[in-house]
Design a protein around this ligand. Structure first.
Ligand code: ZN
Length: 116
């Protein structure tokens, strides 16, 4: 019994020793968003191609979050304040906006649109 636990220790210390001289390749973290609300963060080598999707622990397919959406990019002071117009553009396609614009212009020309 004692012999077995000693052997276990020696295996453990050996594997720790062997780790010391190892140089780790540079890593990047990829974040995957599961449709069920789970977030998966996986380390990849920086030169590795990130898979666009990863199977979540719940079985659903989690989609790779694009780097622009990472929270640390929002901390940059250069980011301009989003206006209502910006948010509108994000929510609607250009085509939809064109329709909306045409409608507004029609109202404006008809004198039905009041300012302010
Ligand atoms: Zn999930």
């Amino acid at each position: 019994m004692a012999d077995r636990s000693l052997r276990g220790m020696s295996i453990g210390s050996k594997s720790m020793e062997s780790d010391e001289g190892v140089e780790f390749a540079p890593r990047q973290e990829a974040t995957y968003d599961c449709p069920n609300g789970h977030t998966i963060v996986l380390p990849f080598a920086t030169d590795a191609e990130l898979p666009p999707a990863w199977e979540c622990r719940c079985g659903a397919e989690a989609a790779l979050r694009s780097p622009e959406e990472l929270p640390d990019s929002e901390e940059k002071p250069v980011k301009p304040v989003r206006t209502h117009w910006d948010m509108l553009l994000e929510r609607r396609s250009e085509e939809e906006l064109q329709v909306l614009l045409d409608e507004r212009l029609e109202l404006l020309r008809a004198g039905k649109l009041r300012r302010g």
